[in-house]
Design a protein around this ligand. Structure first.
Ligand SMILES: O=P(O)(O)OC[C@H]1O[C@](O)(CO)[C@@H](O)[C@@H]1O
Length: 531
């Protein structure tokens, strides 16, 4: 298409929201009007389903749960008074707690003001707070946040070393909806150990965010150990859509981020994405583009390219939101469909000096989403050359890459906001939450369960159970054994490879296991236990 026809297409498809000051440009997606019209019946069904979901239908049939993250930013649409009150009470509690921490009314057991935050959580209980912190927290925030989001001992050490002497003024947030996620439990126990080593009372510096009922082991611990406080996570909020619940709001508020503005941006976006005219609904435009790009089967990957350093973690955040929601074997009728859209990305223009080479010339298995931020910085930029600033370069690189990709038949969407504020970040989160919801209905899948993740968790638990059996055997056996002998003795010959890998890991960590022999032939290794 020549430039003038493209300019016309750009204007024909341009979406602009005046209050949010947000643009969606899908003109560089290659669909035509007949594709668009063919999709309208599917959209009509999807819009109906999304509306029912907002009204409190059991939209997660397997888990028999409502899906209510929309109510968090507009309690007037909560399905009943009890839920409305729960959300409002929680928000009041978050603000009250934050104000007391900031003012020093809530202090450490030694009477000092808190200076730092240690957030322990994983997946939806970490990615949102990490993204929002990087996007919005001040360089010198009211409380500086640190994350433990894995059970990697070295990663835990690095985080605790960063905090070091300030542990005694660090408030811990343990975030787990279920209250039973092993990585989070491990992070909590490691942190507790570090506090105790410094003679600190962990419980009096610890706050939990979890479901406040018997299903949460974390909640039981909070009560037994008398933690400083506990904030509710609601059954009807999924981990990956929890950024605007206590999971995201409490850390953000403590960091000094305007959470009311985040909620307001999301609420405004929710209104915009309730629109049933596809062209006037920004999330529907995204879902339409995703469907077109991947033939409704996720055949093309979504490459997220925010041209703003502070939005670096948006792609990682969206990776969970999109892939955990859409990556499903079965559709809602039980057919095997193997759905999903792979998401990756980093930031522009940095990526132009890395993988954009492949995007421009290599395998054409993706579409790009550029995130453009119009405002360069708070202060006026210097001119690096006559009439040219560094921000002009960034903007030029975005336009250039979009053009270069288009010229080689590679599709792109551009989402443009004026600046990165709590209001726009709230809106961006809501934009993608709804796009995922609409797309899931277009392809007839349940976006709100994650059976595949559960399978991995179960498999990991059985490896740890196997490790206990192996260690029990070896510790009570003075002779050296081969791996086959160990497997036979515990009647687990089918698990020989797993046993070998357990032993190799233990031997690398001073756990008394010694492997003797040539490492290239694991079957011949002799396993010895020496304390
Ligand atoms: O908040 P929780 O219950 O610890 O779960 C953390 C994450 O684990 C998952 O359940 C999947 O493993 C995610 O969906 C969730 O965001």
């Amino acid at each position: 298409m020549d430039n003038l026809r493209l300019w016309q297409r750009y204007q024909d498809w341009l979406y602009y929201h005046p209050t949010l000051d947000l643009y969606i440009d899908v003109s560089r997606m290659g669909f035509d009007d007949s594709f668009y019209e063919s999709m309208l019946p599917k959209f009509a069904v999807a819009f109906e389903s999304v509306a029912k979901l907002e009204q409190g239908a059991i939209a997660n049939p397997d888990e028999k749960r409502m899906v209510g993250h929309y109510w968090l930013r507009n309690t007037d649409i909560a399905p009943n008074q009890e839920i409305k009150r729960e959300i409002e009470d929680c928000l009041v509690k978050i603000k009250d707690f934050t104000q007391k921490v900031h003012s020093g009314a809530i202090k450490t057991p030694f009477g000092e003001k808190f200076t730092d935050l240690l957030s322990i959580g994983i997946g939806g209980s970490a990615l949102g707070p990490q993204f929002v912190s990087q996007a919005l927290a001040d360089i010198n925030p009211q409380l500086k946040i640190h994350f433990i989001d894995n059970t990697d001992p070295d990663g835990i050490d690095r985080t605790l070393t960063q905090i070091k002497d300030r542990l005694k003024t660090t408030l811990v947030l343990v975030i787990s909806k279920s209250g039973g996620t092993p990585e989070t439990r491990n992070g909590m126990l490691e942190a507790k150990h570090a506090y105790e080593k410094q003679g600190l009372n962990f419980a009096r510096q610890a706050v939990a965010i979890t479901m406040m009922d018997d299903s949460s082991k974390l909640y039981q611990i909070v009560q037994e150990e008398d933690w400083l406080d506990c904030f509710p996570m609601f059954d009807w909020v999924g981990g990956r859509t929890s950024e605007l619940s206590s999971v995201g709001l409490l850390p953000a508020a403590l960091e000094g981020i305007d959470i009311d503005a985040m909620l307001a941006g999301a609420k405004e976006m929710d209104i915009a994405t309730r629109e049933t005219n596809v062209k006037n609904n920004p999330s529907a435009l995204l879902a339409l583009s995703w469907y077109y790009a991947g033939n409704g089967r996720g055949e093309k990957d979504m490459v997220m390219l925010p041209y703003k350093d502070s939005l670096l973690l948006f792609s990682r955040y969206l990776q969970q939101l999109v892939m955990e929601s859409l990556g499903k074997e079965k559709d809602l009728d039980g057919n095997s469909v193997y759905q999903g859209i792979a998401v990756y990305g980093n930031k522009g223009s940095t990526d132009q000096h890395a993988y954009v080479q492949q995007l421009r010339e290599g395998i054409s298995n993706f579409f790009v989403t550029f995130i453009e931020v119009l405002k360069d910085r708070e202060t006026k930029s210097i001119e690096l050359e006559k009439n040219v600033t560094s921000g002009d370069y960034l903007s030029g690189f975005l336009q250039g890459t979009r053009q270069a990709l288009y010229d080689n038949g590679r599709d792109s969407i551009t989402v443009t906001v004026n600046e990165v504020t709590p209001y726009t970040v709230g809106a961006l989160i809501a934009l993608y939450e709804r796009a995922v919801s609409i797309y899931a209905y277009l392809v007839n899948i349940n976006a709100y369960h994650q059976p595949g993740v559960e399978a991995g968790k179960k498999a990991a638990a059985s490896i740890l159970a196997l490790q206990k059996e192996v260690l029990d055997l070896i510790q009570n056996n003075s002779q050296s054994l081969t791996i086959q002998e160990i497997a036979d003795k515990i009647d687990k010959s089918q698990d020989i490879e797993a046993i070998y890998k357990i032993l190799r890991h233990l031997s690398a960590n001073n756990r008394g296991i010694h492997l003797e022999g040539d490492r290239i032939s694991p079957s011949n290794l002799q396993v010895k236990y020496m304390k």
